[in-house]
Write a protein of this length. Structure first.
Length: 694
């Protein structure tokens, strides 16, 4: 991990800093900070993870190597003072005694961390420092309170004092002050907060995580979730978190580009189908299943050459073999019993601002506090992190962990695995929990929220789209490079009027999407999708937005057509506003005062509806009926599919690719005129008269 030359250099530089500690100047502090940065780069350089800041790198090392909080605190103090110098330059005036104390504290902390990680012998002069006690410094304030999670409404952000002012949702009469940019706690959330101040509007809801309250009644959260009711899909956050800050901008680009069809994408869909079917019946053969693939989506294969179709067939067989091996052997080795599994369960977690659907969820009856998450990936492992996993896949499991703890409570401890179906051996890989990486992912989610807000301002949106050019992403390759070049060619060639049309329609769609997700507060509070957890049962019932107190009378979710028949009861509102064809969410009814999202929810659509019964079709088959048998009553509410808005964004890309004449017609530059007569395209065989038979 660390080379002999690097050890020698670190020892020499530390020795020089110690010898000059009595005459410390600002330059010595800067040299110490450079040495600190170098140490943490050495510690984390083999992780193959993109760290967004020095804070995130140090936080990762602190969690990984269980570094003492006191040592890390003093390291952050050195780093923050160096940042202050970079901002203020020669105008920064630090008293000499404060400078000397800060340097001594930093050297002592550096040596403690160095020996904790590497366990290397120290020269005598460094060993003496290690054996010494910390010089006296300002005592860290004792905390008088702690809350694992707190919903607040923020009215103001003071960037100079680094304070947010607002009210707690549970105690709206009390004004509270929330500290951000704390070096050893929430510094990495600062940029997202400042971005939101520029792009967003107030008041705004926030969810604070792991909140300390100091003696001055200042709230000090470890993580901050902005607009938590605006749920972002877990896969979106994970993909945006893998390559740094710029990747969140590319998230915007992708929604305007058509979804390409590729052998890899088709193979992924086939692999997911195999998993579901093998979980239902692991005795099935490849021949049993593959012909069903063509029946489900025959047109998908018409887009490929014959050689590509043959390659898909061969690769599918390998994935099938690997999946069957994992389900029949690896699952048992991990004590995952198929009869206790649920397929593709959905969860909402407004506490963390995320939503998602697991591939497999295992509810362990012997260890109910340790459920299992299984995420299927058909691609190969590329640039694995220290756990042997793709970083974006790993982040995805960490966010799933947050979803489950949000739904079932923080006393559970999910065990996550990634199932790599392309691997011939050891397909089921363990994904350990890492709180610092979880909170880094939540910070990425906050950046996505800021970008969503920016789309509602034409100037800010233009600035974002202008950043998407090959010059700004020189290191990207492959499909991402192709997409950047495609978007750049489309956007950069727009005229001023065409660009205004595109940006204004983008703004319109973004606003409509936001209303659909979190609603609008006017005379009648319409909460959109968030009404599921924000509105109580009585409000939803009075507005005819819930079919409540339903009872399951027929469950056919193991069948190829997974339907459930539910019977209305005397408490079911006969005027509830639902129709055949509506998409919905089915969830167990825990009581009028209980949140619907304290359990998994089932995505479905209504196929039959009358005054006595409701028949719904689930989006995936189920092999485990235990959850359906556990609860007497069930509720059905309306659902929102984000892909419907994605289609609107992609329709705008059709405008970008249109011919000049078509754009002029749409924009009213060219007046409508009578069209030319259409040429009749009739096959020659149909135009030739058929001679009558004699």
């Amino acid at each position: 991990m660390i080379k002999a030359k690097e050890i020698t250099e670190i020892h020499e530089e530390l020795t020089l800093l110690i010898e000059a500690s009595d005459e410390t100047d600002l330059q010595s502090l800067l040299q110490l900070n450079e040495l600190i940065n170098r140490l943490f780069v050495i510690v984390t350089r083999d992780e193959k993870i993109v760290f967004h800041s020095a804070f995130s790198r140090i936080a990762y090392a602190q969690y990984t190597y269980k570094l003492a909080r006191q040592d890390v605190y003093h390291i952050h103090q050195v780093r923050r003072k160096e940042q202050l110098y970079q901002n203020q330059g020669l105008e920064l005036d630090i008293p000499k005694d404060e400078l000397q104390l800060l340097t001594k504290l930093g050297i002592k902390a550096f040596i403690e961390i160095y020996t904790s990680i590497f366990q290397k012998p120290l020269p005598p002069e460094l060993e003496m420092v290690k054996r010494s006690t910390y010089p006296k410094s300002k005592v860290r304030k004792e905390m008088k309170g702690f809350m694992p999670s707190l919903r607040v409404v923020v009215h103001e952000i003071d960037t100079e004092k680094e304070l947010m002012t607002g009210h707690a949702a549970a105690d709206p009469d009390k004004t509270i002050h929330i500290r951000f940019n704390i070096s050893d706690r929430n510094e990495n959330f600062t940029k997202a907060i400042l971005d939101f101040k520029r792009h967003g509007s107030f008041p705004v809801a926030m969810q604070l995580q792991d909140v300390e309250v100091d003696q001055s009644d200042i709230y000090r959260p470890l993580a901050i979730v902005i607009e938590p009711d605006y749920l972002i899909d877990v896969t979106t956050v994970a993909e945006s978190a893998k390559n740094g800050d710029d990747e969140t901008v590319l998230y915007l680009m992708r929604r305007f580009l058509p979804k390409p069809s590729s052998p890899a994408l088709v193979l992924g869909n086939i692999t997911n189908f195999f998993l579901d079917e093998l979980m239902m019946n692991n005795e099935l053969t490849f021949d049993d299943l593959f012909h069903q693939v063509f029946q489900q989506n025959p047109l998908a294969f018409t887009l490929f050459e014959d050689d590509e179709v043959r390659q898909i067939f061969q690769n599918s067989k390998l994935h099938f073999i690997n999946l069957k091996s994992a389900i029949t052997k690896s699952f048992s080795d991990k004590k995952i019993e198929w009869e206790d599994c649920y397929l593709e369960p959905s969860f909402y977690a407004p506490e963390f601002g995320i939503q998602g659907r697991l591939d497999v969820y295992h509810e362990n009856p012997k260890e109910p506090k340790n459920p299992s998450i299984i995420e299927l990936k058909s691609g190969k492992i590329w640039r694995p992190n220290r756990h042997g996993l793709n970083q974006s896949h790993y982040v995805q499991t960490l966010l799933y962990d947050l979803m489950l703890t949000s739904s079932f409570g923080r006393d559970i401890s999910p065990v996550a695995y990634i199932l790599y179906s392309a691997e011939q051996m050891d397909q089921l890989k363990y994904a350990p929990k890492a709180k610092t990486t979880q909170y880094e992912a939540l910070n990425t989610r906050n950046k996505i929220i800021s970008l969503e807000r920016a789309l509602r301002d034409v100037r800010q949106a233009h600035h974002l789209f202008s950043k998407i050019s090959p010059d700004n992403f020189p290191k990207v390759k492959g499909f991402v490079k192709r997409d950047i070049e495609a978007f750049y060619q489309l956007y950069s060639r727009l005229s001023r009027l065409e660009r205004a049309y595109f940006l204004l329609f983008t703004r319109f769609i973004s606003i409509e999407h936001s209303i659909a997700k979190i609603g609008v507060q006017q005379f009648n509070n319409i909460n959109g999708q968030a009404a599921l957890w924000l509105d109580n049962y009585h409000k939803k019932d009075s507005e005819f937005n819930v079919l409540g107190y339903l009872k399951i009378i027929d469950n056919q979710t193991k069948a190829d057509d997974p339907v459930i028949v539910l019977k209305r009861t005397e408490k079911t509102n006969v005027l509830a506003n639902f129709r055949v064809g509506d998409i919905g969410i089915l969830y167990p009814f825990l009581g009028v005062d209980e949140s619907p999202i304290q359990n998994q929810v089932f995505k479905c659509s209504i196929v039959e509806l009358d005054q006595d019964q409701v028949t719904i079709r689930l989006r995936s088959k189920q092999l485990n009926f235990k959850v359906f048998e556990r609860f007497e009553h069930w509720n059905l509410e309306h659902d929102l599919i984000d892909s419907s808005f994605l289609g609107l964004y992609r329709n705008l890309s059709t405008f970008l690719k249109s011919t000049r004449r078509k754009k002029d017609l749409l924009l009213g530059i060219e007046a409508p005129s009578e069209s030319e007569a259409l040429t009749s395209y009739v096959a020659k065989a149909l135009r030739t008269p058929i001679e009558p038979r004699t």
